[in-house]
Design a protein around this ligand. Structure first.
Ligand SMILES: [Zn+2]
Length: 441
């Protein structure tokens, strides 16, 4: 992949990018070696590591643990007032070692990539953010707006001991008017020489439910009408048949149209978008509420009618959906008043608009730096800590300025996760240029 290292700002041109890339590479290798699989997390090991690096650069750091071993870290430079916040999470999801072709916590450098759990989600981006933060400080660039670096725990388990805890116990750390976080990667080497940088101003809203059915126990040889397992299965069958209409939100319309302009999909109108969604589960998931049955548990013995049965549902809602109304509709679909619905996790939808200074700056920077670059609006189908900022009314964008070959994105929560050294370099260059324009004088 080729990009221009153009002369568009002093901060960017004065940096020795070979040195910065070598530094970022070795930092990421070290960071991956710190196993922060959640559970149990042990994120204080990560905050100790990050704090040491920041302090060596003469930057003051605050660390606060939500529980012993579950650290969160904050640092800022520049004038007082709301900052541009570089947000990242320090925990990673566990690995299934037998499927990896390298040791997932060795941080190996192989064939031009750094391999290991977290390389993409999201220790690689954390190092890009850290380097950007330190490079600006080292350059001594005059800032008209503060810049903060916020590394939080527990994102992979729902943020309770991370961003949600920080909001409650360290609200000053969240005084930002713009957040740059995970949520959308770029895609490299697409047909037609397209290099797509994606910017996500919004994401699907998680709603996790447990359904419980109680009934009359009995002997397996004597069927009766109040078998909780049979009732639950019938209700789940009704749920499975429940059609979720497609809704083309403004962000997703812009997403598909940008891909169409790049010649990557054929879509001129809503009918084409609906047709494309039928072919692509990933696209469909971003155009509708989804309800996925993820577990069923019940049973004592083959010849016993049990008295309890339960199922879990992973629902992901479009950002403008009223959660209570959705639950009411789901209850109606189950059509069994005796099935209990317990909310395991819920969140409220919140979105940032694309009509924002940040989007313009990104568009300019990538256009200057990368041949064939296009900016594509995106909706994150998972959820990130951005939701907590968006609910506070803080503009928050998923934007990881790396161009990942399509096959490598499966490393996120999967196996053989890795990031190319060239992408660390590109990511630092783009992010440094973006932040310089947003915060520099
Ligand atoms: Zn993540």
């Amino acid at each position: 992949m080729e990009w221009r290292e153009s002369l568009h700002s002093r901060a960017v041109t004065d940096i020795d990018w070979d040195d910065a890339t070598a530094e970022a590479t070795s930092l990421l290798q070290e960071y991956i070696r710190i196993d922060t699989s959640n559970p149990p997390g042990n994120e204080t090991r990560a905050t100790d590591f990050l704090a040491g690096i920041l302090q060596e650069s003469g930057i003051e750091v605050s660390v606060a643990e939500a529980l012993p071993g579950r650290g969160n870290l904050y640092a800022r430079i520049g004038p007082p007032g709301p900052t541009v916040c570089l947000l990242n999470h320090t925990d990673v999801v566990p690995v299934e070692r037998r499927y990896w072709s390298v040791e997932p916590f060795a941080g190996e450098l192989l064939r031009g990539s750094i391999w290991g759990r977290g390389a993409l989600d999201m220790k690689g981006m954390a190092i890009i953010e850290l380097m950007t933060f330190m490079l600006l400080k080292r350059q001594g660039l005059a800032l008209r707006r503060g810049l903060s670096f916020l590394a939080v725990a527990d994102e992979e388990a729902g943020s309770t001991l991370g961003a949600a805890w920080v909001q409650e116990h360290r609200p000053a750390w969240m005084e930002a008017d713009l957040v740059i976080n995970e949520g959308a990667y770029g895609m490299a080497n697409l047909p037609g020489g397209n290099q797509l940088f994606q910017v996500a101003p919004t994401e699907k809203v998680p709603l996790w439910l447990r359904l419980t059915a109680e009934g009359r126990p009995g002997h397996g040889s004597v069927p009766h009408e109040d078998n909780c397992v049979e009732r639950l299965v019938r209700a789940l069958a009704r749920l499975e048949a429940w059609k979720q209409p497609l809704e083309i939100t403004p962000v997703m319309r812009a997403h598909v149209m940008a891909l169409a302009e790049a010649g990557l999909v054929r879509a001129k109108n809503d009918r084409d978008i609906h047709a494309a969604a039928e072919r692509s589960p990933g696209l469909r998931a971003r155009l509708a509420n989804t309800v996925v049955l993820t577990s069923i548990s019940t049973g004592v013995k083959v010849n016993v009618i049990p008295s309890e049965a339960a199922a879990t549902l992973d629902c992901r809602l479009l950002p403008d959906v009223d959660v209570d109304r959705f639950i009411a509709a789901l209850r109606k679909t189950l059509a069994d008043d005796r099935i209990g619905i317990e909310v395991l996790h819920r969140s409220e939808g919140a979105a940032t608009g694309m009509d924002h200074e940040f989007v313009e700056v990104v568009d300019d920077v990538i256009g200057e730096m990368v041949e064939g670059a296009r900016l594509v609006p995106e909706m994150t189908s998972g959820f990130t800590d951005s939701r907590i900022f968006r609910q506070r009314g803080v503009a928050s964008f998923g934007f990881i300025p790396c161009l990942i070959p399509a096959g490598e994105l499966s490393g996120i929560h999967g196996h053989d996760e890795r990031i190319g050294v060239g992408n660390l370099r590109l990511g630092m260059q783009v992010l440094t240029a973006v932040v310089t324009r947003l915060c520099g004088e």
